[in-house]
Design a protein around this ligand. Structure first.
Ligand code: FAD
Length: 413
């Protein structure tokens, strides 16, 4: 390829979606990936997609994500979205109130969502303990995306449009001259381009730091368990996803078994630079006596009592990227022109990737903002003195993660 118009650093779902959207707009794009494509967070994701978010814009974005996915499904003739529906349950008066409000909010936005009574709840999820549930809502058009398949679809379509993906090509440095990006340096030499996108997920703060910028992202561990299908307990392949914020867990069907994940109160933070060159997230494991696994099992067994019956399960552990307010950082940071960041998806990178790819392509090519991007701007913390140093950013990221579930507002997963 002649000199690319844009270099995307990072071949995860964000990088692949941005490259695809840029290629649709006629750009020559090279994606540089340190290891294999989709070997970072994308390899670990559960893919849950709940469209209702805390603001109108965030909800509209997820609805658009789903539209993009649907159009890719039609174009490639593949299935990427599993429309199982979703349930959100409340076990406290505050959560009950919040559930009622969120239903009213969702209805206002045109989302198919309503309250369900105990009998309906039992028929939708008979394997769930519902004795302590005081209110529940059901959205039949939610479900989950298949992360590996969606990533592969972005790559396939992008390649069709001429995008080049180079694996095992770590970017060592972003090259800057007179305050503007001029390319990136790799072990094989410089790759020149006038525009560079940092889409390195959990590695993003280090990549920003190496170019002299501060990016408020934090790498945080996250775990879920997946049960082996057991003929004694039929979960149902199209059983709804369940969000139990009070007990910090979510679930969805998984190949005849049940996947249950936890947003624990005291998560572990990772220093991605310290993990080294050979680090492979897809091979990460966590000890069975780990405290998070203990919390996960306890909460899962409370909500899904059949898990007490000696059911085989495996635990998946990976690393998410969090920001102080639960929204990604998208765009430029003052001081370096044409270096765009896109990272910090706070556990929603799979479901947000389709629309965020389009948002980034618009921003990069004509500065157009198809949504009110105040919550997403990469420079939104540039003037906040308390969020310029690593330890403060880490503390803010941990607060954001641990408040993601367990708190009572409309910050929905
Ligand atoms: C256990 C778990 C469960 C999850 N569940 C969900 C879910 O239900 N729904 C949902 O939407 N999201 C979920 N997520 C979050 C989702 O996985 C992430 O938000 C998403 O994958 C982020 O994509 P990304 O492209 O930003 O990052 P990544 O997938 O991590 O991609 C970044 C890439 O950059 C590469 N890279 C890093 N440094 C360099 C360098 N110097 N040079 C070149 N390349 C580099 C990495 O190797 C990596 O491939 C989950 C995450 C985990 C860990």
């Amino acid at each position: 390829m002649a000199m690319p118009d844009v270099i995307v650093v990072g071949g995860g779902i964000a990088g692949a979606s941005i490259a695809y959207q840029l290629s649709l707009r006629g750009q020559r794009v090279v994606v540089l990936e340190r290891a294999m494509l989709a070997s970072g967070s994308t390899s670990r994701a559960a893919g849950l997609l709940g469209q209702l978010r805390s603001t109108e814009a965030a909800t509209a974005m997820l609805m658009e994500s789903l539209e993009i996915v649907r159009s890719i499904e039609r174009e490639l003739g593949v299935g990427l979205f599993v429309e199982t529906g979703s349930l959100r349950i409340a076990t406290t008066p505050e959560r009950e109130q919040e559930t009622r409000e969120s239903v009213a909010f969702g209805e206002k936005l045109g989302l198919d969502i309503r309250l369900v009574d105990t009998a309906e709840l039992r028929s939708l999820a008979p394997y769930m303990e519902s004795g302590d549930v005081t209110a529940a809502s059901h959205c039949p058009t939610d479900g989950h995306l298949m992360p590996a398949e969606l990533h592969a679809a972005f790559v396939k379509l992008a390649r069709r449009n001429g995008v080049e993906f180079r694996t095992h090509t770590p970017v060592r440095r972003i090259a800057i001259e007179s305050g503007r990006v001029i390319g990136v340096d790799t072990d094989g030499g410089r790759v020149s381009a006038a525009i560079v996108v940092n889409a390195t997920g959990p590695w993003s703060w280090g990549m920003a730091e190496a170019s002299g910028a501060v990016l408020q992202t934090v790498a945080i561990g996250h775990s879920y368990l997946t049960t082996t299908p057991d003929p004694r307990f039929d979960v149902g392949r199209m059983t709804p996803a369940i969000r139990d914020y009070d007990h910090r867990i979510y679930s969805r069907p998984d190949a005849g078994g049940l996947l249950v994940g936890i947003y624990e109160a005291e998560p572990s933070v990772y220093d991605m630079n310290g993990l080294g060159e050979s680090f492979d997230m897809s091979a990460m494991s966590v000890a069975r006596d780990d405290l998070t696994v203990a919390h996960l099992q306890e909460a899962a067994r409370h909500r899904f009592p059949f898990l007490r019956e000696n059911i085989a399960f495996q635990v998946t552990h990976g690393i998410m990227t969090f920001t102080p307010n639960g929204s990604p950082l998208c765009g430029e940071i003052p001081g370096i022109a044409n270096l765009y960041h896109c990272a910090g998806f706070c556990g929603h990178g799979i479901v947000r990737s389709p629309v965020v790819g389009a948002i980034m392509a618009d921003l990069i090519l004509d500065g157009r903002e198809r949504y009110d991007l105040d919550d997403l701007r990469a420079d939104r913390y540039s003037e906040v003195p308390e969020l310029q140093h690593r330890h403060e950013i880490m503390a803010a990221g941990v607060r954001s993660y641990s408040g993601h579930y367990g708190k009572s507002d409309r910050s929905l997963n």
